[in-house]
Design a protein around this ligand. Structure first.
Ligand code: NAG
Ligand code: NAG
Ligand code: NAG
Length: 255
């Protein structure tokens, strides 16, 4: 009798050990090829052959719809009603970076490793500390030097009474470098640390590119795989507590 139960128990241990395998694997794949649960994202990434202009690099596999890609190029779009020209007209060279930033945010299926849950009325998930390639941040900052703003965090604190953001009372319009003295100040503070400026360069496979040529494929796929691997490698096999809890029972049966 004891022997039969021991056999069953060993079988259970075996099942527990192997049953846990897919779970750890799944935790990793959930970081890859996913869309965040936010305001306009599709549920899952899929091809979109008509994506508009600056969003077109994501055609082959995208979290944004055609409509979202078009809206991403508009001022005070239906996406967020955001007014880039809150301190006079934003220079086109500067605005194209904000459009690209919107395309990356809305369309990229490679931001999984940096998706975090949030308790916000307009979205359930956000991105945090996405390692943006240093050149992409540097160029964004340089091209915006001639534009003006009145705040360093563009997520919070605006006056929305007219349906689009206006500078709140008590703030003043200044050139970008007044609120963003360094490239990192711009890329990290503007969207509450959605980005972290990486020390890695474009093409390194270790930082996310806002800009890329789709003819060479999407370089961010490899980057997401690298960080997903690094993150899941730190995970302890989940079956261990269960296996350890079975040891006393096993010993009791064997004695
Ligand atoms: C996108 O969809 C929204 C909501 O249905 C609509 O208001 C908007 O006009 C559409 N934009 C384009 C460019 O089709
Ligand atoms: C918000 O903007 C409206 C319209 O420009 C203005 O009348 C109001 O005083 C502003 N309120 C605050 C708190 O800034
Ligand atoms: C960043 O990269 C540069 C050049 O590749 C290197 O010299 C420097 O030590 C790095 N800094 C950090 C903080 O890793």
């Amino acid at each position: 009798m004891a022997r039969l139960m021991t056999t069953q128990l060993l079988l259970l241990v075996w099942v527990a050990a192997w049953g846990a395998q897919p779970r750890t694997t799944r935790a990793r794949t959930e970081l890859l090829n996913v869309c965040m649960d936010a305001k306009h994202h599709k549920e899952k990434p899929s091809p979109e052959d008509k994506l508009h202009e600056q969003c077109s690099p994501w055609k082959k596999n995208s979290c944004c719809s055609f409509n979202t890609s078009q809206e991403a190029h508009k001022d005070i779009s239906y996406l967020y009603g955001f007014n880039w020209d809150h301190c006079g007209k934003m220079a086109p060279a500067c605005k194209r970076h904000f459009i690209q930033d919107t395309c990356l945010y809305e369309c990229s299926p490679n931001l999984g490793p940096w998706i975090q849950q949030v308790d916000q009325s307009w979205r359930k998930e956000r991105i945090l500390n996405v390692p943006l390639c240093k050149e992409d941040c540097q160029r964004w900052w340089e091209d915006c030097q001639t534009s003006f703003t009145c705040k360093s965090n563009w997520h919070k604190g605006w006056n929305w009474t007219l349906g689009y953001n206006q500078c709140p009372v008590g703030t003043a319009c200044h050139p970008f470098h007044f609120y963003f003295p360094t490239p990192a100040a711009l890329c990290e503070e503007i969207w509450s640390h959605s980005y972290k400026v990486s020390n890695y360069s474009r093409g390194s496979g270790r930082c996310i590119q806002m800009w890329f040529d789709p003819a060479q494929g999407n370089p961010n796929e490899e980057v997401a795989r690298f960080y997903a691997e690094a993150m899941s490698g730190a995970e302890v096999p989940r079956a261990w507590p269960l296996l350890l809890s079975l040891v006393p029972m096993l010993l009791r049966l064997l004695s």
